[in-house]
Design a protein around this ligand. Sequence first.
Ligand SMILES: [Cu+2]
Length: 335
Amino acid sequence: MTEILIYVAITLALFVIGYMVRVYELSSSIRGKKQHIVTEGDNRLMARFMLTFLFAFFAFVIYNLESYGPRTLPESASAHGVELDWLFNFNMIILFIVFTITQIFLFVFAFKYYGREGNKATYLAHNNKLEMIWTVIPAIVLAIIIIFGLKNWNKITEPASKEAIVIQLYAKQFDWTARYAGKDNELGASNYKLITGENPLGIDSTDIKSNDDIVVRNEFHIPLGKEVEFKLNAREVIHSAYMPHFRSQMNCVPGMTTMMHFTPIITTAQMREKLNNPKFDYILLCNKICGNSHYNMQMTIVVETESEYNAWLSSKSTFKKKAAAPAEVKAVAAK
Ligand SMILES: [Cu+2]
């Protein structure tokens, strides 16, 4: 509420200033002054404004970096994310240097060379040397950024190793379901025609590979230091699996399987300690506006040691066991 009032006050103040300028103009035209002629004094005043703006603007930029910098993501919890963060910082440093130099030139020159009586601008039609410099240097810098970026992208999307743990992430309006490939590390076939309340993923029970698959909801676990391959699917519209702490994101598209993989390097417990926040959890979010409850489409990710992970996974029942369970057990399991 106070924020709205502040905005209203600023808007009204701008109106008042606008009208005061108008009154000044009208009254000076009555006094016989010629307003349309810009004097050297006017130019000098504007030049000083330019320089003041430069300092005020940089003070504002530094203030923003100070106050919002700490709100960015904590250190990467995945192996490739460390390199990705390096690339991001590399970009930001280049941007900041170029931004600083160009803004200083822009405003200092505007201050230094303001229009004076009798001054004449130099006529400069073309300069090959200048053209070369501002074409070649950005081209080299951009090429470096793109090469590093592509290398990183390949690391996330190239086929995972054979030992990678296979997990399907299934997106639908408005929740996530995870399916572990189980002992054979291969996901059983699925078909949308087989979707029922009890089988939301449409897993084909006649496919032998589906017997040891494990379906979990609300949270899924992954082991520290092991490569995890995600196979992503969506039921009805495009969703996007976004795991910010692992610097990973990929679209989930109906009718096709998209893939990405990463290796977690920090457990949930370690990250809680690092951030001094016992309530911290890694999270899987939907990053595609997929409908009215999109904002609530999330799943907790737990990174733990391999033995903890194995214990957790073996406490879950397989798809076959669940399918074979009597109706009342299923009703309990469905809850
Ligand atoms: Cu979604």
